[in-house]
Design a protein around this ligand. Structure first.
Ligand code: HEM
Length: 375
């Protein structure tokens, strides 16, 4: 018996684990590395590919849409309702949602601005800003915009109302957002401007990611999708990083624990595996807290990327449920000194646990790193 083996009649070091049972445990455990390795390789591939493409301003891995660079909003210089100048640089570093309206509008503008007010509430706790560009800058002075903004309870810090030179606004709307803005001087003031009711989502680098329809006759779930995308882009918590780190740590501890027991270092194996258990319990507590606070996070990728993500996520969650009784039984058998039975159960627990930990990291990478900037 090695000095750190527990004193029990069921001597764990009396025979090498590989010599017991019909099935070779080394081989069965070797198979355990295959699934996590494949999941991590696919994820690493997606990451490398997306880094290469995002250097060119595009993120189309697996999207099957062709490599179209994302348009970047051109710099502008306008005036906020408070009177301060605002340029593209003032908005850099946080995601923002642009809407186009005018205060005299007798058509869809009140509804559109009302929807932006709802977004202000739904996006509390993120760093997403809202920006309303007036399409009637001749009439909508900072003072007029200020009164309009107050009617909608617009937060002065998070929701900007911009006006300025009419030609500059028109150039921005049509050449950066690719949206219509037409003025008919002969029409009644409430109908004078024709413009889009879409909202545009812009990322932290000023890239135009996507449009979302506010008119639910045209697109019923447009705003739901916008809230999900914006919450993902504008999160301010680092809980997903903490959770991924906890998963990576428990995975590494499992590997170290296995290596230790293979060398007959049972006491160290015990400590390492119980630490892995504590780390996984901490992960579970953080995961539940995070999702109770922020709800579920929508994956924005499509096609093959979505199938890969859902395949990993579903097996990850399913096996995580199975892991609870398995890890508990394995630990209790180990602690009680029933090592034969412990080893038998552990041969199932180990691959399941390793898969759950490594796919936890893969889910984080896919959702928060690789696909967070997908249009
Ligand atoms: C919760 C966590 C644990 C896990 C996942 C785990 C996992 C494993 C694995 C994978 C093996 C190798 C099985 C084989 O292929 O032969 C093993 C063996 C062993 N473990 Fe654990 N273990 C855990 C906790 C413990 C604890 C608390 C002890 C207490 C001393 C312990 C003692 C042993 C011993 C003595 C062996 C060698 C058994 C034999 O070869 O017959 N383990 N464990």
């Amino acid at each position: 018996m090695t000095p750190d083996a527990p004193s029990t009649t069921n001597d764990p070091t009396s025979a090498p684990p590989a010599s017991r049972g019909a099935l070779s445990p080394r081989r069965s455990l070797a198979h355990a590395f295959v699934a996590p390795a494949v999941a991590l390789l696919l994820t690493a591939g997606a990451w490398i590919d997306s880094n290469r493409r995002s250097a060119e301003g595009r993120n189309d891995f697996f999207l099957g849409k062709g490599a179209v660079p994302l348009p970047v909003i051109a710099d502008f210089s306008l005036t906020e309702r408070s009177g301060r100048p605002v340029s593209l640089a003032s908005l850099r570093g946080r995601p923002w949602i642009a809407g186009f309206a005018f205060t005299r509008c007798g058509g869809p503008c009140p509804k559109l601005t009302g929807e932006m007010r709802k977004l202000q509430d739904s996006l509390a706790g993120t760093d997403v800003s809202l920006v309303t560009f007036t399409v009637d800058p001749e009439f909508d002075t900072p003072r007029v915009l200020s009164e309009y903004a107050d009617q909608f309870g617009a937060d002065k810090e998070r929701w900007l109302f911009l006006t300025g030179d009419e030609r500059a606004v028109k150039k921005l709307v049509s050449e950066s957002f690719f949206l219509p803005m037409e003025k008919d001087p002969n029409a009644r003031p409430s109908e004078r401007i024709t413009h889009s009711t879409k909202l545009a989502l812009v990322d932290r680098e000023g890239r135009l990611l996507n449009y979302f329809e506010t008119d639910d006759r045209l697109e019923a779930d447009g705003l739901d999708r916008l809230v999900k995308r914006a919450r993902l882009l504008g999160r301010t918590t680092c809980m997903p990083e903490v959770n991924a780190a906890l998963n990576a740590t428990s995975g590494l501890l499992l590997l170290v624990g296995l290596a230790l027991v293979r060398r007959g270092r049972v006491a160290q194996h015990k400590r390492t595996m119980l630490t892995a258990l504590a780390v996984s319990v901490a992960f579970l507590a953080c995961y539940v807290t995070y999702h109770a606070q922020f709800g579920s996070v929508h994956f924005p990728g499509e096609g093959g990327a979505r199938a890969l993500y859902l395949g990993i996520l579903i097996t990850h969650v399913g096996l995580a449920f199975l892991l609870v009784p398995l890890a508990a039984t394995t630990s209790v058998l180990g602690l009680k000194g029933s090592f034969e039975r412990h080893a038998r159960v552990a041969r199932l627990t180990f691959p399941v646990w390793l898969y759950v930990s490594s796919t936890g990291v893969a889910v984080y990478l896919l959702l928060y790193r690789i696909y967070s900037g997908v249009p």
